[in-house]
Ligand binder design. Structure first.
Ligand code: FAD
Length: 393
């Protein structure tokens, strides 16, 4: 006999788990199945993330999404409404510091900061002298201005967020199944069920694609095209004994790298010059990036990085939306009951509380109730109309 579920979610990392949590919170008794092929999450972006949250986006929708995200993350246990043994996600609010070296850069940062403050953020634009006063270990000769968020920005426990969502979703009745979705069945503009690698078939009232870097692969099962591809990021953990600044910000440097403190050390990465789609199974690190690109840049920014030791490095994949580097969220045109949570392009972890809530509202009520995510809908892909997020790290 075919099992029947109200909602089947493909992928059980942070987006799938958040959706399952919100669906069962907003509609107790709803039958929700999450299918996850690798419950270790070893290769999920969620686990390989740099786990940071910011308010400094170029798009007001993304600022609002992150404002909800940081509030949820800060008071996690209370927001979740369950004691699942994760009292806190350890949010460290050191702020983001975006630097610019352009003559016109200051005006751009001022314009963005004004928009972010309208949304409730606290972004300040600093002169090079003010940056030095706050972070005397940075060298700012080439800097014309910096945008700094003194609150609501920093980093937190990514796996705590995922595990909290999973545990709370389970407590509310959602089920997580270890299996791989290998096919989607359709009939008359509806997805009717999913087939699994185990040979099982389950029927579904609605399906959510939360398959991360494999989101496009899931759409191909229906003959649909989603312009989201895996892009490789190699992240380095380094020790810099002459530059231990645990109160340092998450620095986004216009010369081409970002870094943040991590327990007395630093996490540091760059965007590769030849940033192209990779195989979702390709986790070979681009280890040369550190010596060839990152170290000269960071040493120029802060002389304390004269002696550094790479402790370890890892590869994660962005689920990169090639149209506009923004999330694709909502119902997929042409299908009554197929929903997407894809294309987060490197900023999905912090967005997961708002995105899971939004998709649950859309499925349960047919419309967003709390925060309008309509601008992130898939319709823009059909008309090739970008809804750009410029502040991509
Ligand atoms: C290096 C790096 C740094 C990042 N830094 C940040 C940051 O600082 N802040 C931030 O907000 N975001 C950051 N991100 C982005 C963030 O991690 C992702 O946007 C977010 O985790 C996406 O979550 P997801 O659940 O959609 O996808 P994933 O975490 O990739 O999970 C997808 C899941 O779907 C499963 N799956 C796929 N196909 C199938 C199938 N057919 N059947 C069953 N299961 C399937 C996979 O096994 C996987 O567990 C970063 C990402 C990377 C790679």
């Amino acid at each position: 006999m075919t099992e029947s579920w109200d909602v089947v979610i493909v992928g059980g990392a942070v987006m799938g788990a958040s959706s399952a949590y919100w669906l069962t919170r907003l509609s107790p008794g709803l039958r929700v199945l999450v299918v996850e092929m690798d419950p270790t999450y070893a290769r999920s972006a969620t686990a390989l993330s740099v786990a940071s949250v910011r308010q400094q986006f170029s798009n007001p929708v993304n600022v609002a999404v992150s404002r909800f995200g940081v509030a949820f993350i800060r008071d996690f246990q209370q927001a979740l409404g369950h004691d699942v043994g994760i009292a806190s996600l350890g949010l460290k609010e050191n702020g983001y510091l975006f630097l610019t070296g352009d003559a016109s850069g200051r005006a751009r940062l001022e314009r963005l900061a004004a928009m972010q403050r309208d949304e409730g953020a606290a972004t300040e634009v600093l002169t090079p002298e003010q940056i030095t006063a706050r972070f005397p270990w940075l060298s700012v000769e080439d800097v014309t201005a910096g945008a700094f968020g003194p609150r609501d920005e920093g980093w937190f426990d990514n796996m705590g967020l995922l595990n909290g969502f999973r545990a709370a979703a389970r407590a509310q009745g959602a089920e997580f199944l270890k299996d791989r979705v290998t096919g989607l069945e359709k009939q008359a503009g509806r997805v009717t069920g999913v087939t699994l690698a185990s040979g099982r078939r389950v029927s579904a009232g609605a399906v959510i694609n939360a398959a991360g870097t494999r989101g496009a692969e899931v759409m191909r099962m229906l003959g649909e095209h989603l312009p989201v591809e895996p892009r490789k990021r190699t992240v380095f953990l380094i020790d810099a004994p002459n530059a231990r600044h645990p109160d340092g910000p998450l620095l986004i440097d216009h010369t081409g790298f970002y870094m943040r403190p991590e327990h007395g050390q630093w996490i540091i990465a760059t965007v590769p010059n030849d940033d192209a789609a990779v195989d979702p199974e390709d986790f070979t690190p681009d280890a040369d990036q550190f010596d060839e690109i990152i170290w000269p840049l960071v040493y120029a920014r802060a002389p304390g990085f004269d002696a550094v030791k790479v402790q370890r490095y890892w590869v994660g994949h962005y689920d990169y939306n090639t149209l506009d580097q923004n999330a694709v969220v909502g119902r997929w045109p042409g299908f009554e009951n197929l929903y997407l949570l894809n294309g987060f392009s490197g900023h999905g972890l912090q967005q997961s509380p708002a995105m899971g809530r939004g998709i649950a509202e859309l499925i349960l009520h047919g419309a967003y109730q709390s925060l309008d995510l309509g601008a992130l809908g898939a319709e823009r892909l059909m008309t090739n109309t970008p809804f750009l997020e410029e502040a991509i790290v």
